[in-house]
Design a protein around this ligand. Sequence first.
Ligand SMILES: [Fe+2]
Ligand SMILES: [Fe+2]
Length: 164
Amino acid sequence: MIKQEMVVNLNKQLNLELFSSNLYLQMSSWCNSNKLEGSSKFFKQQSIEETSHMHRLFDYLIDSGNTPKISSIDSPPEHFPSLKEIVQFSYEHEKMISKKIKNLSFQAIDTKDYLTFHFLKWYVEEQCEEEKMFKSILDRIELVNEDPSGLYFVDQILKKINNS
Ligand SMILES: [Fe+2]
Ligand SMILES: [Fe+2]
């Protein structure tokens, strides 16, 4: 039995994962209209993954006898100055999500909710991977310093991440 306060916070996280999915889908659209085909595919894949994070929470709440509630989701930003800004924004966003997951884990420990603590372990590891990935992409963009041929190279790398 999950305590009500934890149910509320897991539900908030579920809606945050939906926001993340919309955010990356919007970024995919921006990349597409800016001729960054590889980046567009990469962000679309990120969006799909965020939806799967939402579904994991949805199933956990259902399986523990709760009723997930889908809130109205804020629109993500639509206009971005550059691919570098998008990746920087994504990296900061993932760091914020990691903090939320850590807080949920602390709450689970605090309330001796070991089942939820165990459930959240996957998210802790996933966040670690996502932060690492966005940081490495950002490092590469900074390395090419937004030179057009360098950006093309980064775009091709993103296309490969998407296909791996
Ligand atoms: Fe996520
Ligand atoms: Fe994420």
